[in-house]
Design a protein around this ligand. Structure first.
Ligand SMILES: Nc1ncnc2c1ncn2[C@@H]1O[C@H](COP(=O)(O)OP(=O)(O)OP(=O)(O)O)[C@@H](O)[C@H]1O
Ligand SMILES: [Mg+2]
Length: 244
């Protein structure tokens, strides 16, 4: 059984989807079978890799999950596409016990051929997010270096089961090294959360946002960019943490 990493923060626009795609792409480049699972009806991760959403969410369908997994243009990087169907998603959100059980079952049995499964979750605390958490064995929480960053984390803190904090990594994203504010936020977050904060910081880099508009991970779109280097560094850190 591989690692299941739930990328979450209930705050919107902090880099969850971007981090899911780019970390998964770096892990795949490193030779690990990697799967992106999409739990957000916005379907950004699906389109961020130039793939179309499906009509019925794979978790709702009765077909085996494996039938939904699609390859990407990159070796070892796979995608479980999201669906835009509102009915599907709200069915999942209703948290009907059989749906939730199916999702958990799917994670336990259906995805064990992957070394890493990264779940991109929506900016909301729903039963869907909670289920994703139950399935995951790690949480990666991107936070944007700006005012109120801490506020988002403390809300998430209420959601995470106590022992989940031990396997949580907080990632500073969209860091602008020229801004005093970025430093202040970083200091505050590190002071409070200590070793839970990844050493790697993801800089604000236009190559990162351009890459997703071209349906590519940044390591493919602009391999020498600061953003690409930062995501490679994050990948190494995730792998290092694994070995500890
Ligand atoms: N390091 C970065 N440098 C520049 N732009 C970035 C960076 N990371 C993310 N972005 C841009 O910021 C926006 C928000 O990022 P993203 O969609 O990953 O956030 P999200 O947390 O998934 O949002 P939502 O909560 O809506 O799902 C996107 O337009 C993305 O391209
Ligand atoms: Mg997103």
């Amino acid at each position: 059984m591989g690692q299941i990493i739930c990328v979450m923060n209930q705050k919107g626009g902090v880099g969850k989807t971007t981090t899911t795609i780019n970390l998964a792409a770096c892990l795949a480049r490193g030779g690990f079978q990697s799967l992106i699972v999409y739990l957000d009806p916005q379907c950004n991760a699906t389109s961020g890799l130039d793939r179309k959403p499906v009509t019925q969410h794979p978790f709702v369908s009765q077909l085996p999950l494996k039938e939904f997994i699609i390859s990407t243009d990159w070796s070892k990087l796979f995608l479980l596409p999201g669906a835009k169907s509102f009915g599907d998603v709200s069915a999942l959100n209703n948290g009907a016990p059989d749906q939730l059980e199916r999702i958990q079952e799917v994670f336990r049995s259906g995805l064990n051929s992957f070394d890493f499964v990264l779940i991109d979750s929506p900016p909301a605390v729903s039963s869907l997010t909670k289920t994703a958490l139950l399935c995951a064995n790690q949480v990666l929480m991107p936070i944007q270096c700006e005012f109120f960053a801490m506020e988002g984390i403390s809300k998430m803190a209420q959601l995470l089961p106590g022992d989940m904090w031990l396997s949580t990594g907080i990632l500073l994203t969209m860091v602008d090294f020229t801004l005093e504010l970025s430093n202040e936020v970083e200091n505050e977050v590190r002071e409070y959360f200590g070793d839970l904060v990844f050493k790697t910081r993801i800089p604000r880099d236009v190559a990162v946002s351009e890459a997703s508009s071209f349906g590519k991970p940044v390591i493919e779109y602009a391999p020498r960019s600061r953003g690409a280097r930062a995501y490679m560094e994050l990948c190494m850190e995730v792998l290092d943490n694994e070995q500890e």
